[in-house]
Design a protein around this ligand. Structure first.
Ligand SMILES: [Zn+2]
Ligand SMILES: [Zn+2]
Length: 300
């Protein structure tokens, strides 16, 4: 049995990823173009015929802007909350292609998981600035995958899902000081604070994860108010407390797809790129005085 998971894109420019199993694949978010999606699927060696459904967490365009065109080709069920489905209906006067999409939506209720082929899909409401936004916890046999981005707070049921998951994608949207230093209006800064996780919030929750897992990916980084170096800086501090990263950790950058993660039988996880290594990051910190983001920008 081979399971593949890959984040194709993460951040306000577009979000998309895939979970592929012997019983079919789920596309998770459709915030990139059809052309880009199919290129990345080819690169990941997953055929489009394997996809059984498309999960959409909420109706912000970075999560669904490619959906009408992608589903012109795939013609698959869409899985979302009722609130997100209703948002698609509201898009119709502006773009008639959304009419077709809304009729194809299988609503997943926050109380009752959706049995969808070989998958059980849980929609976990998030604290975000749009109606019906959810995270997803996907079960396939004994594998669990959590996708948690676009939330101002990590709720107890999010934490339960993360603890049960083999692979988790977690938001690290902004560095709080970078956000406050940015030229955004006070209103917008407050809105971002309330609806996205900052680096410290996410690091804080890692101390609450006690179950063994294969991989943690950090994504949905802000372009203006975060950087992979800020995230690495926070992760070094967390890793130092633990003596080592307890799991395989990866940062999903805004301008490149994430690693392909492969689980086969009882083998440990294989990844197409090296996971973050604490001693390498610490050596960077000690040896390169120009690594200012990593060295001296440790906001309190
Ligand atoms: Zn988003
Ligand atoms: Zn959003």
């Amino acid at each position: 049995m081979t399971i593949k998971f890959r984040v194709f894109a993460s951040g306000s420019n577009g979000n998309s990823g895939i979970l592929s199993t012997p019983d079919g694949a789920l596309l998770i978010e459709a915030g990139i173009s059809r052309k880009r999606l199919f290129e990345l699927m080819n690169e990941t060696k997953i055929s489009r015929e394997k996809i059984r459904g498309i999960l959409i967490s909420h109706s912000h365009t970075d999560h669904c802007r490619g959906l009408p065109i992608i589903n012109e080709t795939l013609n698959l069920p869409i899985i979302s909350s009722k609130g997100t489905r209703d948002s698609f209906l509201r898009f119709q006067p502006y773009d008639t292609r959304w009419k077709i999409e809304s009729e194809k939506v299988q609503v997943v209720d926050s109380e009752i998981p959706l049995e969808f082929g070989a998958f059980r899909i849980h929609a976990l409401p998030t604290v975000h600035d749009v109606v019906g936004s959810t995270a997803f916890y996907i079960e396939y046999k004994d594998i669990g995958v959590t996708i948690l981005t676009d939330t101002g707070t990590i709720l107890p049921n999010h934490l339960d899902a993360i603890n049960k998951s083999t692979i988790t994608l977690l938001e690290m949207n902004h560095d709080i000081q970078a956000l406050y230093r940015s030229r955004r209006t006070t209103w917008l800064k407050r809105r971002i604070r309330a609806s996205h996780l900052d680096n410290h919030q996410t690091i804080g929750i890692l101390h609450e994860i006690h179950e063994q897992k294969e991989a943690l990916l950090f994504g949905h980084l802000s372009g203006e108010c975060n950087s992979p170096n800020y995230v690495r800086g926070e992760l070094v501090k967390w890793g130092e407390e633990m003596d080592e990263f307890p799991w395989n950790c990866f940062i999903c950058q805004r301008d490149a797809p994430g690693p392909t993660l492969t689980l086969s039988g009882n083998d440990t996880l294989k990844a197409s790129e090296e996971p973050l290594n604490l001693s390498t990051l610490k050596a960077l910190k000690e040896n390169d005085p120009n690594q200012t983001d990593l060295l001296s920008y440790f906001p309190e």
